[in-house]
Write a protein that binds this ligand. Structure first.
Ligand code: SAM
Length: 271
């Protein structure tokens, strides 16, 4: 079968982004040249593509089928024990990198690390500079983070901890976290394959965000930073929680690509 014909038949089955990612993975990033050149698909590749399609039409996310996802241009191994890294989280990681670099920060924690995508991207970008810890409650998630640590030869420290319990007070110059923040009970086709422990966070989805805001300042050194991702409905509540603690100054609200407020940069500055 010609690649061109397979592409035509399947262009309505896969989303545009997924189809491009699939072809890039199976052929080359110049797959469009192969389409024009009327290239035939190897029978083995065709069998695998059809298997992938079968899983995909059942709703399994392409990242889990392929066992990998891109984050800030790097490849990360994923399986159904970790959240699939999201585009909006790239913005959180980029802001973290900028702040660490501009302020020469030394000790960093990626709290609720999942696949380790945030911590490893920081390390990949900044190299030897900062010492980076990456923690999660789920051992299964940490096993995936370990695969990614090895894949990237990344000198990060993986820690099993319920939020900050495993750490000493005043340890960090920056804590970055993309915690679970989906309202418990919210069911969506695209989320149903991802682990509940990576998603759900109580009635309004604020259980972890509130806990982190109420604990993180104890583990941060003076004048250090907390960067948090949250859901698109959460800004008002998050602002209220921040003000209640009386210990953080808001440095910046972070918007996602659709213009929704999805994160905040805080600096420890007790009144
Ligand atoms: C939304 S995922 C984020 C994963 C990754 N940081 C990312 O941005 O793609 C949240 C992670 O928090 C972890 N988690 C849930 N409850 C936790 C807790 N009490 N303490 C530490 N980690 C927890 C989950 O296992 C999951 O890996």
């Amino acid at each position: 079968m010609k690649l061109k014909d397979w592409f035509k038949t399947n262009s309505t089955i896969f989303s545009d982004t997924d189809l491009r990612y699939l072809l890039k993975n199976f052929f080359t990033s110049n797959y469009f040249l192969l389409l024009e050149q009327e290239t035939n698909i190897d029978p083995e590749k065709l069998i695998r593509l059809e298997e992938i399609k079968q899983a995909y039409v059942k709703g399994v996310p392409l990242a889990y089928i392929l066992g990998k996802e891109e984050f800030l241009g790097w490849e990360f191994k994923v399986n159904n024990n970790v959240l699939i890294p999201r585009k909006e989280t790239e913005l959180i990681a980029e802001k973290s990198i900028e702040i660490i670099k501009n302020n020469c920060l030394k000790t960093i924690l990626d709290l609720c690390c999942g696949s380790g995508n945030i911590a490893i991207s920081i390390k990949n970008t900044l190299g030897l500079g900062p010492i980076i810890f990456s923690s999660d409650l789920s051992i299964k998630a940490l096993n995936v983070a370990k695969l990614n640590k090895d894949l990237h030869k990344s000198d990060i420290h993986l820690i099993n901890s319920d939020l900050l319990k495993g750490f000493k007070y005043k340890s960090f110059d920056l804590i970055v976290s993309n915690p679970p923040y989906v309202e418990t009970g919210f069911i969506n086709e695209s989320l149903k394959h991802e682990p509940d422990t990576a998603l759900y966070a109580g009635k309004e989805g604020l259980f972890f965000i509130n806990r982190i805001l109420n604990q993180a300042y104890l583990y941060l050194k003076d004048k250090s930073f907390l960067i948090l991702e949250f859901g698109y409905k959460h800004k008002g509540w998050v602002e209220e929680f921040i003000n209640k603690t009386k210990v953080y100054k808001i440095v910046e609200w972070i918007k996602d690509y659709s213009g929704h407020f999805r994160g905040v940069i805080l600096r420890l500055e007790p009144e």
